[in-house]
Design a protein around this ligand. Sequence first.
Ligand code: UDP
Length: 476
Amino acid sequence: SEETMKTHVAVLPSPGIGHFIPLLELAKHLVINHNCLVSFLVITTEASAAQTQLLESPLLPVDLHVINLPPVDVFIQEDMLLTRLCVIVHENLVSIRAAIEQKRPDALVIDIFGTEAIDICDELSIPTYSFFTASANLLSFSLYLPTLDKEVDCEFRELPGPIHVPGCNPTRAEDLLDQVQDRKSNEYKWYLFHVSRLAMASGIFINSFYELEPVTLQALRENPFYKRIGTPPVHPVGPLVKEDEAMTETSAECLNWLDTQPTDSVLYISLGSGGTLTAEQMTELAHGLEMSKQRFIWVVRKPTDVSASDAFFTAGRGEDNPTMYLPEGFIRRTEGIGLVIQSWAPQVSVLRHPSTGGFLTHCGWNSILESVVHGVPMIAWPLYAEQRMNAAMLSKETRIAVKPGAVGPGKGLVGRKEIERVVRTVLEGEEGTAMRKRVRELKESAAKVLNCGGSSCQELSRVVDSWKRNRLKSTS
Ligand code: UDP
């Protein structure tokens, strides 16, 4: 009967593994914990190897149906990351519409770059929820951006002071995401376009939880500004992070090696799906690591001077040879102390391992949540997108990360001495111990909110109930 029929949810992630992973996790939660049936609409255009691997996992629940949208040819003049993602989604709208019309789900879940699908769902009276896969901090800024855009004429970095998002901690303009640093760029226009449309969604899921971002989440709930601009209810459902990973030869090598190391002794170094360093910076990092005499697992990628997110669409594809770009003899000298792996690691399994004691991260939001869920303090090394905002928050407010001085593109080089210092700080210093204590408290809170009965689980439950009621109403 209608009453016992499962609630049917379509989930549409935009390409880019940083969106794909949390939307897949949400889909799994909907199926496993909330008794839904999910149609997972996959954009196959320029799909990464990592994405394909995730979908091949034998652990996906049966009621999660993967629907591959046919690949389309995309001709994009410029190569900027966000523009590329947005254009790919745009070019897929015809098949997205076809899939939604055919499936007629009770609700659609999109991410930040999927807001064009709201129009399709509106025509069919299907509620659309946006899963904002970054911090609440970025969400509040993004909701404020259309207002700021109207009020300010200059570039934001030319403003005299920090940006005051209503109810939130101030943000330095230079820490704002790359996409808003040049208001004439297509990146900016696309970003503004999508965030302006957030108000059209029936609700916003956010991959965060109160203890991690108390000030911002309270502001989003209580500050009258957000209601005034028509913000739909914001539902913190995080931290949703991936739990299982495909076991490859590399994974086994990493985990076996970690098994032989002391507790909290290993620094895991990875710059997300797209992060890349310049050759010069990579050399400094290698020397700094060596000087620190600490244990490490380093996911290396061929250096490039082109862009800090160069590997975004290529990570996990093809082979490269680290001896070509690491300092002469580095691998030999650090044998037994460090493990160098190429391009892609089983990140969650590494972070979960008791020997892992620190994480040098590019501060992608998923990486941060994964580190928090497993109680690992961080070294913040922001590279692209909104990572500077995340790094500032982690090092100044949450205080679970140490940030090297002047780090990031355009900031010059982080020298080996500074690298030695931050590595020692996180793994053996008093400050490291204090950070570890704080991040372990957050780990406890995270486990609590995700438990059935916890706030994140309840939040999702209530929304699923409303979808179900909506369906029963429309069919009665
Ligand atoms: N990841 C991984 N192995 C790697 C690098 C990244 O499994 O070697 C995963 C990581 O666990 C995370 C995602 O890729 O879930 C990266 O997302 P994040 O938001 O941190 O950064 P982005 O890649 O979007 O910049």
